[in-house]
Design a protein around this ligand. Structure first.
Ligand code: MRU
Length: 371
């Protein structure tokens, strides 16, 4: 894909995902904070590759990026040649085949974040409703829907940020893991949305940022966002949490989620579960901040959440050079599951959910159902 340099600065209207000139621009998160480079995706394959290599990452962000990827399957708009679509390719059967191939490709990129599957299922319904009108009508409908998902995700994050700020207290020192900021969403962020909203009303004194091995989303991305937002923070190694908590240096832990099962068990970046255990041990609240699109009524408990295993090279090598003896193997689990009983509350766009989670989650999802 082609790329262009362009500034990117987390602020009120920042999004790492933008529809521009008939294509999808994605801020390449693998290169932050050193370089601010946007990838110009023109085909669903470009979007799938960007999701797989974590150029775009974070559960809500990959859902929204995949939505635009589905629209790209039907061409980029404008004239047919520019869209790379031959006249005979407009038959309803070939349009359907192209759409289905893109949906399958995008769905197969990452297994854990349910937002991806949720977006693709919705996209399938939008396509089914508009396919009879021909390729261009279906493409426009998909694009309008993707834009709507984009706007709704930002609005949901702002709402959950405000709910979260009500739980926080003056002078809070907050610990977070991985990156659940504007970069991980269509904008504003979930866990960092809560931190940003709390900071805005003077409630956050500082943020402890877990570096988040092996891909350093905390060190590279959360630190970048907090710096740009002017929120005081300090980076720590992932294994520091116990020491910080036992010294009384953490008042709250807040993290995002890739999937919340119907009973409240929560998959998030590897290293989240030990934080929840430590928070409980020290009597510190442990919050999960996530929009309802991250809750999965079809997955009964954490045991059924598929956990992505990534390339061992991400663990054995750093910046392209080998850390370990050549024969050493590594297991690279990208996520872990925190049992619901360790979660103090879920901060969602529909309000704060408290135990028993089976009931509060079902109620929130039921109320959000269209119609
Ligand atoms: O592998 P990543 O970087 O996509 O993992 C991201 C996380 O674990 C986030 O905490 C989660 O997706 C929530 S993002 C608002």
């Amino acid at each position: 894909v082609s790329e262009h340099r362009g500034s990117a600065s987390p602020g009120p209207d920042f999004s790492p995902i933008a529809w521009r000139d008939g294509g999808l621009a994605l801020l390449d998160q693998t290169r932050l904070p050193a370089e601010e480079v946007w990838l110009d995706c023109r085909r669903p394959e470009d979007v799938a590759a960007a999701i797989q290599r974590l150029s775009v990452r974070g559960a809500p962000a990959i859902g929204v990026a995949a939505a635009y990827g589905l629209a790209l399957a039907l061409g980029s708009g404008g004239d047919r040649e520019a869209a790379g679509v031959a006249a005979e390719a407009d038959s309803s059967e070939s349009v359907r085949r192209r759409f289905e191939a893109a949906a399958d490709l995008l769905a197969a990129t990452r297994p854990t974040a349910v937002n991806l599957r949720w977006a693709i299922e919705q996209g399938r319904r939008v396509f089914a409703d508009h396919a009879a009108g021909g390729r261009e009508a279906a493409r426009r409908a998909l694009l309008e829907w993707a834009d709507r998902l984009h706007r709704e995700d930002v609005a949901a994050n702002r709402r959950l940020g405000a709910y979260g700020a009500e739980l926080f207290a003056d002078g809070d020192r907050v610990l977070t893991h991985c990156n659940a900021g504007a970069l991980a969403t269509a904008g504003y962020g979930t866990a960092l949305g809560v931190i940003q909203a709390s900071w805005g009303v003077g409630k956050v004194a500082m943020v402890w940022v877990d570096e988040t091995r092996p891909l350093l989303q905390g060190a590279r991305l959360t630190a970048w966002e907090l710096s740009r937002l002017g929120i005081p923070h300090k980076l720590v190694t992932d294994s520091s949490a116990g020491a910080l908590l036992s010294r009384g240096l953490v008042d709250r832990v807040v993290v995002g989620a890739d999937r919340v099962a119907a009973n409240g068990d929560t998959a998030n970046k590897i290293g989240t579960y030990p934080l929840a255990v430590l928070a409980r041990r020290h009597g510190v609240p442990f919050y999960v901040a996530a929009p309802l699109s991250t809750f999965d009524a079809a997955t009964p408990s954490g045991a059924e959440i598929p956990i992505e295993e990534r390339d061992a090279l991400e663990v054995t090598d750093v910046a392209g050079s080998r850390l370990t003896p050549a024969e050493t193997e590594a297991l690279n689990l990208a996520f872990d599951v925190t049992p619901a009983e360790l979660v103090t509350a879920f901060i969602t766009d529909a309000g704060v959910l408290e135990p028993p989670y089976g009931e509060s989650i079902a109620r929130a999802l039921g109320a959000a159902e269209p119609g």
